[in-house]
Design a protein around this ligand. Structure first.
Ligand SMILES: Cc1cc2nc3c(=O)[nH]c(=O)nc-3n(C[C@H](O)[C@H](O)[C@H](O)COP(=O)(O)OP(=O)(O)OC[C@H]3O[C@@H](n4cnc5c(N)ncnc54)[C@H](O)[C@@H]3O)c2cc1C
Length: 405
């Protein structure tokens, strides 16, 4: 006798990754349920100031998905990145124009992106969204039973496959996957909005200071996102400063690059850790997004990497679902073998950058100085670094397959 199964796939977490995954499979025959503890209104409120930088590759993927058009009016295009290190000789400016690409990245309010991804799946018949529903336990077998709480009421739902898109914090993941690689960078990212007297810039600045990395990325008009990842001592000191002292502090780190800082808003601090599951699938369960890899934000890679993961896994699901008896263990293991190399290399690359460029060591400074000069004078090397940062190196085939569909 066949057991009745409610769904093909259950997703735990309707953040950026879960919703991106659903958008790739909307209006197909795959029956999906996606759970999140957040209420529905969460996706329609724009009071959160966080911004995120999407790569050119992510833009191409989201355009193909059909949600870029509306997003574009909220984006700021980054055409140039100026990279320098305080107190050392050597800097470089990377220009989209020189590398024959549209843009080096697009900065966008995170809540706009989340809203667009959410609205675009709401009317899809194959996707059910469970808001204010917390997944509390999972029993994995050929059929997976998922227990969740909604309005203090306990319910159980079953599926053939389960994907955790739950971010980096969920404990039940530990019981299903081999231990993850963890690293506490002992750093915080201080993030805020700065308003300056310089308007409509198309240049972002990345500056290695004595103790950290300062990124200043243009928004609309005279507004910028400032993100400074630095050791605990400096970040805790900064966090306690009064607004006027803070302005002075950031101005002295940044110099006059973005003009004079007029105001600072929405100061937030995030602890920085690496969390990475080398084996991100286990039979009919899988980890996706920050649940699989949470990276240092130094190169703005985490979600961009997840977009490419989502494209690959949904492509594999579509291919396999043509068969009568869809086997998610095969699908997930196929997906893992295709993505393992890129994921590992991005994790290593980001970890190297965030560990190596921090600190005052003289040999390191000499090396960085030399590296900046080399990038500045060597176009092939510069193009390679850019392709790496934009996620182009690994995704050419993925993108061409998507476009040829
Ligand atoms: C300072 C900073 C700057 C960054 N900048 C960039 C950038 O420029 N570019 C980039 O690509 N990335 C960037 N990132 C990373 C990016 O923000 C994350 O990769 C992305 O937001 C992760 O999305 P996610 O959906 O995987 O996880 P999350 O956003 O954590 O979403 C997980 C969801 O799961 C839900 N959930 C968790 N547990 C349960 C449960 N038991 N039941 C139901 N629901 C549950 C949560 O409510 C949440 O909505 C940055 C990160 C930081 C900290």
């Amino acid at each position: 006798m066949k057991t009745k199964v409610d769904k093909d796939i259950i997703l735990v977490g309707a953040g950026l990754t879960g919703l991106t995954f659903c958008n790739f499979l909307k209006d197909t025959d795959i029956k999906i349920s996606i759970f999140d503890v957040n209420p529905q209104e969460f996706y329609n409120s724009f009071n959160d100031d966080r911004h995120i930088v999407l790569s050119n590759t992510s833009k191409i993927i989201l355009s193909n998905m059909g949600i870029w058009g509306e997003l574009e009016s909220h984006c700021t295009e980054i055409k140039n990145i100026h990279i320098s290190k305080k107190h050392i000789f050597g800097s470089t400016i990377v220009r989209a124009k020189d590398e024959n690409i549209d843009s080096l990245g697009y900065q966008i309010p995170l809540k706009r992106l989340l809203n667009m991804l959410y609205e675009s799946i709401r009317s899809s018949k194959n996707i059910s969204v469970y808001s204010q529903s917390e997944v509390v336990s999972v029993i994995q077998d050929d059929i997976i039973n998922v227990k969740f709480m909604n309005n203090k009421k306990e319910e159980i739902i079953s599926s053939r496959a389960l994907i955790f898109t739950s971010g980096s914090q969920l404990d039940i993941v530990k019981d299903l996957f081999e231990p993850k690689i963890q690293k506490d960078y002992k750093q915080n990212a201080i993030v805020c909005e700065i308003l300056t007297n310089s308007y409509d810039s198309i240049t972002a600045f990345e500056r290695f200071t004595d103790d950290g990395i300062l990124g200043v990325i243009p928004r609309k008009k005279n507004s910028w996102t400032l993100i400074y990842s630095t050791n605990l001592k400096e970040s805790n000191y900064i966090y306690e400063l009064s607004k006027s002292k803070l302005k002075y502090y950031f101005q002295s780190l940044l110099g006059s690059k973005c003009g004079e800082i007029m105001d600072i808003k929405n100061l937030v601090s995030y602890p920085l850790k690496l969390n990475f599951y080398e084996n991100f699938t286990n039979k009919n369960t899988c980890l996706l997004g920050d649940a699989a890899h949470t990276l240092h934000p130094i190169a703005g890679q985490s979600f961009n990497l997840s977009v490419r993961d989502c494209l690959e896994i949904t492509k594999t699901i579509k291919e396999f679902s043509k068969a009568d008896n869809i086997n998610f263990s095969h699908i997930f293991s196929d997906y893992e073998s295709k993505r393992r190399k890129e994921v590992k290399r991005i994790v290593k690359f980001t970890d190297f950058l965030s560990t190596f460029v921090h600190g005052r060591n003289i040999v390191k400074n000499k090396f960085i100085s030399l590296f900046l000069l080399m990038i500045d004078s060597n176009k092939a090397l510069r193009t390679d670094v850019i392709r790496y940062l934009l996620g182009v190196n690994f995704s050419d085939k993925l993108i061409s397959d998507m476009k040829n569909k």
